[in-house]
Each structure stands twice: as C-alpha cells, then as structure tokens.
Ligand binder design. Structure first.
Ligand SMILES: [Zn+2]
Length: 89
C-alpha cells in the first residue's frame, strides 16, 4: 500500500523521473455535513476524512506503479535544482 508523502516529501516515479502527475486510487471513510434545502435537495457543505487508504499510485507518464518512491522535497531556495521541463503542460 502506498503512503501519501508528508509536508517534507513528494512522490517520484523511479522509471521516468515524473514528479508531478499520478493516478491515485484512494479509499476514504468520510463524514459529510449535508444541508438539505426545503425542496429536499441535498448539498454537501463540509467533509471530514475519518480514515483513508491509498490503494494504488500510478505514474501518469509511463503507467508504472511499482517504483513510486518517496523523496524529500527541495529545500526552500533550491527549487532551481528541478529541471523546468518536469511537469509538462
Ligand atoms: Zn513514470
């Protein structure tokens, strides 16, 4: 099972180096605040995640999910270390 990187980390695809685009399959248990209007139409006005599991992370570029690594994010002021073409359009 994959883990979501914390504030100091990010995902990286070990196959192609992708840092920015992933397909994430996630199962979450949530509590929602449903506000139902007088006509009976519900609207979700708040969502609280009680529990979540990331089941799968796949690279959008090469489609692989077996080498998704968690790496440290760049230190503040070192963003220039990342090539500008990473991320695509
Ligand atoms: Zn990849």
């Amino acid at each position: 099972m994959a883990t979501i990187p914390d504030a100091g980390h990010r995902w990286r695809c070990g196959h192609c180096g992708n840092l920015t685009r992933f397909d994430v399959v996630r199962r979450a248990r949530t509590r929602e605040y449903w506000h139902v209007d007088l006509a009976g139409e519900p609207e979700v006005e708040g969502t609280e995640t009680l529990e979540e599991h990331v089941e799968d992370v796949l690279c959008r570029w090469c489609g692989n999910g077996d080498r998704i690594e968690v790496i440290p994010r760049p230190e503040p002021g070192h963003e220039g270390d990342i090539p500008h073409d990473v991320g695509g359009v």
